[in-house]
Design a protein. Structure first.
Length: 185
């Protein structure tokens, strides 16, 4: 995972990126002073909250882009492209708080029986990706603690995020992946 200093750098870039896009409809360039560590590919999510309520959250679960480029892109996407919310307005920008979550690479959770997921997943440490066929849902590690979920509820909510029935995690054709994330605010 990245250093606290570089995590805070990403939060600043997320804020700057969203503001530039909202105010001038431009996408900022990667700054010349960008730390080398952030030029590595990494999974990144940018979360926007307003009055302690979710206002937008989009990211790359896989390390498809450099950390810095992913942060720039996902800050704009969280502000303007989250299908659950209308686009953020420039007027509400000052009310937003920004989080950048840096993710480890997702790994499939191998179990003999789906009931073993209940012991293998640790609330507060693990984020989940559940995939069944073409349906895929992801919840960040902090979601389970913020909403006081136990492991079964976390699995069920991740299934619902994928658009499949809440008990789909019990189906052997359903793949469950875990990852860890470090949150910077």
């Amino acid at each position: 995972m990245i250093s606290e200093e570089n995590g805070q750098y990403l939060v600043g870039i997320a804020k700057e990126s969203a503001l530039a896009y909202l105010d001038k409809n431009i996408k900022i360039e990667v700054p010349e002073d960008c730390p080398e560590e952030l030029k590595e590919r990494m999974g990144i999510f940018v979360t926007l909250n307003k009055n302690n309520e979710l206002r937008g959250c989009i990211g790359y679960p896989e390390p498809l882009e450099t950390g810095i480029q992913a942060t720039i892109d996902m800050a704009i996407a969280a502000a303007c492209e989250d299908p659950r919310f209308p686009p953020v307005t420039l007027e509400e920008y000052p009310e937003l708080t920004f989080e950048v979550t840096v993710l480890s690479k997702p790994e499939i959770l191998e179990v003999e029986s789906p009931s073993e997921y209940l012991e293998a997943i640790e609330i507060g440490r693990d984020g989940l990706i559940i995939q069944k066929g073409y349906s895929r849902g992801l919840l960040l590690p902090q979601v389970a603690t913020e909403y006081d979920m136990d492991v079964q509820e976390f699995l069920e909510h991740t299934c619902m995020k994928a658009g499949i029935s809440a008990d789909s995690w019990l189906d052997a054709s359903c793949d469950v992946y875990t990852f860890q994330g470090k949150v910077f605010r």
